[in-house]
Write a protein that binds this ligand. Sequence first.
Ligand code: HEM
Length: 440
Amino acid sequence: MDGPAKIPTVSLVDSLIYNLVHVIPSYLRGIFTPNRFWFTFWTRVHPDPASVKFVTRLRKKYRSNYWYLHMLTTKSLVVLDPDGIRHVLDHSPDIYADAKLKRTGMSHFQPDSVTISRGDEWRERRRFNESVLETGHGLHQYAKTFLDVVHDETATLLGQAGNQLVWEDFAALFDRITMRVIFGSGVRDTSMTEALRKMMRESNRGFALSKSNYFDDFYAAMRRNRQEARDGSLAALCNSVPSTARTKVDNQITHWMFAMGDTLAINTVRALALLCAHPAAEEHVRNELGTADLSTAEGINQLRYLEGCIQEAMRLWPTTPMLVRETVKEDVLGGATIPPGTQVLIINSFTHRDRETLPFADAFSPDVWLRDSVDYRFNHLSNGPQGCAGKELALFIAKAVIATVLTGQRTSLERPPLDPSRPLPYLYNHFQVRLRRSVA
Ligand code: HEM
């Protein structure tokens, strides 16, 4: 089934069905930030909004792990072959660069950010991101300060909340953590987070985007906050790590704000919901917490099983359901020649749940991550040169929040329910999460 010399094109009817059952629901759920109404609607009315069953059928029908289909009006190459996926990611962005839809939408709120850059600009911005986020270093030099922020903000949340915790509590918690990790303690300017969210909602449209009314005020606040950045914050590091006009420092920070405030919050809440629904895994995590010194950054860092639980939440419900690329030069993929300008799709929401290749596809399996945290079959954090530059930091903050929430109290999942004895659903509506707290 691998390596065709000529890649099949799916029929018009199959393309149409794919657009109706996958692309349009996905678009309405929100490309850059989830839309509450549509997310709830599709989770309720569509048993397979991620199109896992349909893609499985297409693979069988066309007997290939590569096929062309039309995503809306753009002819696109779908890559299901693990070797092909690795090849694409290992050559991003040099051959497989950002695609038009992503560039158009993201330029609305973070023009010139690394993830929509190419060539020397990408190299310079990637270098800058890696220097400040300390990508691949394990513990960030300010990890203890970040941990203190998490402890402080989570304690405030738990002190104020009643016996229930809902999505809005976590959304507000992550907004506060994000502002303090990025700009330092004392910065509580919520207008920036609100403005960013509004721009991201606008960018979900993906077309006819003129300059946002929020753009200038947002970047003026960004410059102010960066100038006043407190010691021990990412923005303070930005002021000391070398940069040039080409780096576009402020535009890089916007990406961190959205990834930490929005994406990380969603994944952390889903990991908590999974843990509450799987008593054996929760017990395992509680034992791990019991043997670690949770007051130190090193103690948080060594929570490997908890980290596996967070990775699983991301694998099961990837917040980037599809990686989209565009070839900038001709290449050979799976034995076939791919011309420049081809849109390439890696469907995480399918490959992560492929029952024919993954025995644990629809189950919560944190152990999988104890072996290796780099696995090209799973690209919720992406892999290769353009993989998530904030991976370690994101996992550290998520672990710190969950460890703090679980310590000293029991939490149970009230809704949306998850049944560990059945295959896990293809989408999980974090907007409706409600946890009940009681003393441990
Ligand atoms: C759970 C939270 C997060 C998830 C699931 C996530 C996921 C991803 C994914 C899938 C990509 C690749 C996107 C693509 O190529 O289309 C990416 C890129 C990136 N992420 Fe994250 N991310 C998370 C948190 C963070 C955080 C907290 C930061 C920074 C503080 C961050 C910084 C970046 C950067 C800078 C890139 C662009 C890398 C490049 O294009 O060279 N991420 N992330």
